[in-house]
Design a protein around this ligand. Sequence first.
Ligand SMILES: *Cc1c(COP(=O)(O)O)cnc(C)c1O
Length: 517
Amino acid sequence: MNPATTGTDRRVALAGTADGIEQLRTLVDTALDAVCDAAVKRGGPVVAGGPGAAIAAVRDLVRQDGFLTGAPGPDRVGELFEAYATWAADLTHPAAVSRMQCAPTPAAVAAELLAAVLNQSLHSWESGPFALELERRLIREIAGWVGYDEEAASGTLTPGGSISNLMGLLLSRDHALGDIADGDVSQTGLVGQGARPRILCSAAAHFSIARAAGFLGLGRDAVVKVPVDDMGRMIPDEARRLLDGFGPDETPIALVATAGTTDHGSFDPLPELAALAAERRTWLHVDAAYGIGALFSQTLATHLDGLAEADSIAFDLHKFGWTPASSSVLLVRDRARMSPLTQQAVYLNPPDDEAEGYTALLGTSLQTTRRSDAFKIAASLLALGRKGMGDWVDACHAQARHAAARIAGDPDLELLAEPVLSTVIFRCRTSGPIDDESAWNAAVRRHLMAEGRALLARTKVRRPDGELQVHLKLVFLNPATTTAEIDALLDDVVTAATEVREARARAGAGRSAPGAE
Ligand SMILES: *Cc1c(COP(=O)(O)O)cnc(C)c1O
């Protein structure tokens, strides 16, 4: 009897077997039907009802005979699929413009399914012989894209831009402090080093830089924020001034440039910062998590001039790139700089096996068991092509420009700045009575979410008088969205703004108004 048999009516086979594949076909059909049905049920980018309704939806599912402890069966799996799909934020919906989270290509998703069925890993040769070589090949090729020497460069796929940044800064730490300590920091640790490490990044840099400094034992206080211009771009002269002002014990570990800031999508001036880093013999790490999209575009690529000068580059293909998370890349210009990650394990990659070619990627990663993210990226690129990716990036850029023009021409909306990549920052304004414009804008966003009408992002912008003001943000990552859909979305924002303002006026100070929670 098959050990996976739990009873003649409830056989669960392993996915890669003939029986398992038949079960999988049925389950995939169920899953895809759930996705189609969900789009109809939702009617918008998310189900109406807000957090309370989502909690209730999970509660409803759990209640049915004990959920995970109840009697198992394919019907119960189907119910889970249906609830998950229904309550998902629909990234393909034209009014889903809040997060840097793309809808992936079918080829990438199919590869993800195959990757899960075969469940390869990269930590020893026999855990995934082809997957290993594919990642090596992909890293080489992508290194060429950014202008690195493919032979000299190295890198790895990681679970996200935050981790790619962490890894880039880890390598910069060990490089800078290893020089000073004349040794291996990952061996000796930081205690007793004496040096006060410093990481320079712009005031608009992603929070993952400061978190990484904390994780790496440098402390968040090691991060020195360089002032930015009104588009959130680092001012190189300010970086130079800060470096000049360091005391003798202050050791610059890395200069971090952001290519594609989270709000404006603006690019720190890479050529100037590369020159400064070279002059000071300081590691240049470029956070291009979002801005890498420019690389694929004929017209936007010049934003990334100078990128090849970076010692390390972090970027996501689960933003621009249209592959499912996680699809993040860390590239390192000089493969020797990856050495702090080296790991030999007697049971995984002993030297005599490695000498015979049985090598793996244990020593490029923070992880041991590691999924093959290169596979879906390769599949997506083969289906779409680099040119196709570029066309999609250009389409998203054009959408942002259209939205900006539409906002600039609307008396009820105020555009903050022309879009650089595919984000648009604006706010609702009014000549009518309003007590607090920031609270009102924030409430408009929640109102649209709670009603399942639109998913927008928000941020804070410093006004000339120094006060921080809530603004709304659109993030375009769906190349299929039409200008008519963008116009309809912005009309709905204006409608919602009026609804919230009137409700707040009725409710006095704004308590218990829609979306004012
Ligand atoms: C999104 C983003 C990150 C974080 O990337 P994750 O993949 O979400 O971890 C870091 N930096 C910038 C500039 C980003 O836009």
